[in-house]
Design a protein. Structure first.
Lengths: 107, 562, 99
């Protein structure tokens, strides 16, 4: 498995986690996973950071013009996957809704 | 027509234009998604071509021979020669005696076979300003120079692919224009859809499958449209840009044609690439040497590569020149870095300079649609995008019908019933047609005369059958219930897909154990695995679609879309 | 039959009018852009490319503006009259350049 493939796998993982954080930042989806309310701002900040890191990984893997397209399409695939998971088996995202992301938690 | 506000106007546009043009756009999106792997489908359909992709072979020892023995297309000659030929100059030159004016050869990193073409010129044309070319085309096995039999249809690149941009309706290019208008209204539907979607961010990840069909379908429609919004928008836009000059906005081919021609002459002077023949015969130097020189120059510029496209202009004339382009598989933009050689002595006439900003943007945009790049993962992501587009349109149809059919049942209107029948035809029907065509390809004898034509007819008949079936089974919709044809066609898809995979195994011996493990050939394995995935998905969909009973709307039933 | 004409008049005509108006405007703009840029010394192919890149977003905007615009005369006027003027201007410039 060569270098490029590893960077792409990392990009996919980061994007997947990013999308779940962004989804969980919405109260309607947080509710599906655990009680209480989410720390939306915090979750969105790290969510977008992960999306940015995912972009960096894409650019390490490919020529710039292809990296942009790969990044956008991974975003679409990840968002669709998270949407489907939230629809069918939301509890599987519980591990991503760490306690520190709940509103009112002390960090 | 007065709307209360902008939002209502946008909703009207989205609903009605989305519905009408959605039927065309389903074909564009589905067959566009299949076209990502069109060459691979060709390999499945023409077993003789199931070998590895080859670099462009020797021009001097192989290609020249093929060019010299290929003849102009009979149908094209009969259609165009009377138009091009100057009647005052005597009899029309016989088809087999037309002199060649242009040679071209094209290959990508995905093609085992090589596509070649010739532009034959009319010796005494009526209008000397025009190009007046009659064409011949041939596909060869680059290992031997042998031609592919003319009855073998490339189901991927010569049927599914042109289907998505022209509906294969070639009478006066009418299919191109229908698709063009549909593509424009797709952009309208996307913009209006975003405008009317109030909670676009809050509902980004929302799919409430447990709710009633109408709500669940709308959720899925919104999600599939929004998560891949850049994809949907840019594919429609770039599709329009690609054909703009020829079909959609032919400004420079009509009103500004004089300016265009003037520029061609100026360009010929500044680039040193002659626009016209000189009339003096000349022989051709070694093109293989020119190819080596081109590769050497690309490597020197730190972009070593293979030849993607090769063209000989003004064949046999002193003004003849050879253009050699690099296969751009490592980037999004199309073939580039052209180098042009004087044909008679191999001297370099010109190396194409870097593109202007506007041209680079255009190359990127068209390149992202035409996908010459070598990036298998991105290709599969493109298929996902295309299928998400299909989901978006299909759920749109279903939402339209669900929202109205109870009301229509009360008013005795047939509206929902008709829309639903068309929806079935353009959702499950097109899949049935595609798989039936592949199955027929395996069952019809390989040496059958006009095998390709038979396959095309079978595709059309299967699509017509789907429409007929959907219509004949549509009575329940007029009562506010589901059309059983959805489920029945899903089951049919599952059955046909498995049969097609089995037929491939039995007629070629290439079963999945072989094509994945013992003698890997991913083109064929990919098509087989995709067919199995189609079978599994449609089986699952069919199992969700309960046969109609007297029970109330089952909230767990989900409309099929595959 | 009356229903057919009613549907045509109320629904299809506005869509067709917005489409044709947008198209005419776009045609005029693109041809004037190409002729104009060449007249000012630019490269033909470059001008053509810029024209095609801008064409469809502009067409899209004009379509919405005509279909939804509140003061009917402004978008219709801009599209149809503007389109004709720009087309004529482009043709005129071409005639100048060909000489």
């Amino acid at each position: 498995m060569n270098n490029n493939t590893l960077w792409l796998i990392l990009a996919i993982i980061l994007m997947f986690i990013a999308m779940s954080w962004l989804a969980l930042s919405l109260p309607s989806h947080w509710k599906q996973v655990r009680s209480g309310k989410p720390a939306s701002t915090r979750l969105r900040m790290i969510g977008w950071s992960a999306i940015f890191l995912s972009a960096l990984c894409c650019f390490k893997a490919d020529h710039a013009s292809m990296a942009v397209l790969v990044w956008l399409m991974i975003g679409a695939a990840a968002a669709a996957s998270i949407g489907m998971i939230l629809s069918a088996c939301p509890h599987r995202l519980k591990w991503l809704s760490l306690g520190s992301f709940a509103e009112g938690s002390k960090r | 027509m007065k709307f209360a506000n902008t939002r209502q106007a946008m909703a009207w546009l989205h609903t009605w234009l989305g519905l009408i043009f959605g039927f065309v756009l389903m074909i564009c999106f589905f067959f566009g998604a299949l076209s990502v792997f069109d060459r691979e489908i060709d390999r499945w359909a023409i077993p003789d071509t199931r070998f590895d992709p080859q670099p462009m072979p020797s021009f001097d020892t192989m290609l020249l021979d093929v060019f010299e023995r290929t003849e102009p297309d009979v149908a094209e000659y009969n259609r165009l020669m009377p138009i091009y030929h100057d009647p005052d100059a005597g009899d029309m030159t016989p088809r087999t005696e037309l002199p060649a004016d242009e040679y071209w050869a094209y290959t990508t990193h995905r093609d085992p076979v090589l596509l070649m073409g010739i532009g034959f010129r009319v010796p005494t044309p009526l209008n000397t300003e025009e190009h007046n070319h009659i064409h011949g085309r041939v596909t060869i096995d680059p290992r031997s120079g042998e031609e592919l039999p003319s009855n073998s249809l490339k189901i991927g690149s010569d049927w599914f692919y042109p289907l998505h941009y022209s509906l294969n309706l070639n009478w006066n290019f009418i299919g191109f224009y229908i698709v063009g208008i549909a593509a424009f209204f797709m952009l309208v539907a996307l913009v209006s859809g975003v405008w009317i979607h109030r909670k676009i961010f809050r509902e980004f990840f929302t799919f409430r499958r447990e709710k009633k069909t109408q709500r669940a379908t709308l959720d899925l429609h919104n999600m599939s449209g929004v998560v891949a919004l850049p994809f949907h928008f840019f594919f429609a836009l770039t599709g329009l840009i690609i054909f703009a000059a020829f079909y959609y906005l032919p400004v420079t081919n009509t009103m500004l044609k004089p300016l265009h021609n003037m520029h061609e002459t100026i360009e010929a002077d500044t680039t040193g690439l002659p626009h016209d023949r000189s009339g003096i015969a000349a022989s051709m130097a070694s093109v293989d040497d020119m190819v080596s020189e081109a590769k050497r120059r690309w490597a020197a510029r730190d972009m070593a590569g293979e030849v993607g496209f090769l063209m000989v202009h003004h064949v046999g004339d002193a003004n003849s020149y050879v253009s050699i382009y690099r296969a751009g598989s490592d980037r999004v933009s199309l073939v580039g870095e052209g180098i042009h050689f004087k044909a008679s002595n191999g001297e370099v006439l010109r190396e194409d300079p870097p593109h202007s900003t506007a041209e680079s943007i255009a190359e990127f945009l068209t390149g992202l649609h035409l996908q010459h790049f070598e990036h298998w993962f991105l290709r599969w992501l493109y298929v996902l995008g295309g299928l998400l587009g299909c989901v978006c349109i299909a759920t749109g149809f279903i939402f339209f019908t669900e929202k109205r059919k109870q009301q229509h049942a009360k008013n005795n209107s047939q509206g929902s019933r008709i829309v639903d029948a068309f929806a079935i035809t353009t959702v499950t029907g097109i899949v049935i047609a595609a798989v039936t065509m592949l199955l027929a390809n395996r069952l019809l004898p390989a040496d059958m005369l006009n095998k390709g034509d038979w396959e095309k007819w079978i595709f059309c008949i299967a699509l017509a059958f789907s429409f007929l079936h959907a219509t004949l089974r549509s009575e329940p919709v007029a009562r506010g219930e589901k059309n059983p044809a959805w489920r029945e066609q899903c089951l049919l898809i599952a059955g046909l897909s498995i049969t097609a995979v089995t037929a491939n195994w039995l007629t070629t011996g290439d079963h999945l154990i072989k094509t994945i493990f013992t003698n890997p050939y991913w083109a064929v394995a990919g098509v087989d695995l995709s067919l199995l995935a189609v079978a599994a998905t449609s089986w699952k969909a069919a199992s969700h679609l309960q046969p109609e009973t007297n029970k109330k709307e089952d909230s767990s039933s989900k409309a099929a879309y595959e | 039959m009356a229903l057919f004409w009613q549907v045509t008049r109320s629904y299809i005509t506005p869509v067709v009018a917005a489409f044709l108006g947008g198209y005419l405007f776009t045609w005029g703009l693109v041809s004037l852009l190409i002729s104009g840029m060449v007249y000012l010394g630019g490269d033909f192919h470059n001008a053509e490319t810029i024209g095609f890149l801008l064409a469809f977003p502009i067409f899209l905007f004009m379509f919405f503006w005509i279909f939804i615009g509140q003061r009917r005369w402004l978008p219709y006027g801009t599209a149809f009259i503007g389109g004709v003027i720009m087309t004529a201007a482009a043709y005129g410039l071409q005639t100048q350049l060909i000489q």
